[in-house]
Ligand binder design. Structure first.
Ligand SMILES: Nc1ncnc2c1ncn2[C@@H]1O[C@H](COP(=O)(O)OP(=O)(O)OP(=O)(O)O)[C@@H](O)[C@H]1O
Length: 248
């Protein structure tokens, strides 16, 4: 279970305060696929980055499986960070390393033997169905293939949680579908909790069980996906559901 309790995050830019998160409280159950949706600048990335403490909140507490990780030092955090994988919009692969070495990278940091690394990477290449690309470099892959490699790398250390930061925003609809179906399979077969942030309603509709809507740093609505889509309460949710591109 992931629990955020009254999270506030204030950035300071040229002596100006930007309150990116305001009193955010959320509980995400183990094994759930949870979506966080909102417009650009609403605080989605900041929120998802507080879950693994890539961003430390200004105030508030974060619990993973009942352990308060926001109270831990950077050193104490290391084993907890291994429980949380993350993927990004622009994949963040190491361009000078092959597919195999990209996936092996987090394992080599743990001191695992080369034989064990080979076994685990082969298993992950099968999961993402890219066995034949093992020796290729990222530049030779399509966007969807790069995201698959990023997913395999995120899963290498057997995390319990996978954070997805706009993971399909750079992909076309067909590739988006194949990545979402991979995420769904990972959730179902490996029991991994998935937290997904996006501005794409159709992504949430495709795989999320519950959804929170964030606007100007505040959670303004949350519900199960079917109810939120059927009976959105706030005007912002309604607008996100039915975007219009009216220009003067
Ligand atoms: N490192 C930072 N320093 C200063 N301000 C920041 C920083 N990171 C984010 N912000 C500000 O915090 C607010 C929320 O940003 P955030 O990136 O979390 O929004 P978002 O919903 O993820 O947007 P997008 O979808 O465009 O990525 C914005 O006003 C942004 O400018």
């Amino acid at each position: 279970m992931i629990k955020l309790e009254e999270i506030n995050k204030i950035f300071y830019k040229k002596n100006k305060e930007i309150q990116a998160l305001k009193n955010v409280s959320l509980t995400i159950a183990k094994g759930e696929i949870f979506g966080i949706i909102g417009y650009s600048g609403s605080g989605k990335s900041t929120l998802v980055r507080t879950i693994n403490l890539l961003e430390r909140p200004t105030s508030g507490r974060i619990f993973i499986a009942d352990k308060e990780i926001s109270a831990l030092s950077e050193k104490q955090l290391i084993p907890f960070r291994r429980q949380i994988g993350m993927i990004f919009q622009h994949f963040n692969l190491l361009s000078s390393c092959t597919v195999f070495d990209n996936i092996a990278f987090p394992l080599s940091l743990t001191g695992m033997s080369n034989d064990k690394i080979k076994e685990r990477v082969t298993e992950l290449l099968t999961l993402i169905d890219l066995q034949d690309k093992s020796d290729d470099y990222p530049a030779a892959l399509s966007g969807g293939q790069k995201q698959r490699v990023a997913i395999a790398r995120a899963l290498a250390s057997d995390p319990e949680i996978l954070l997805c930061d706009e993971a399909t925003s750079a992909l076309d609809p067909q590739t988006t579908r194949s990545i979402l179906s991979l995420l769904k399979r990972i959730n179902r077969e490996l029991g991994i909790t998935i937290v997904l942030i996006t501005h794409q309603m159709e992504v949430v509709r495709a795989i999320c069980q519950r959804v929170a809507v964030i606007s100007q740093g505040e959670i303004i609505e949350q519900n199960t996906a079917p109810i939120l889509f059927d009976r959105p309460e706030s005007p912002i949710t309604r607008e996100l559901l039915n975007p219009t591109l009216l220009i003067d």
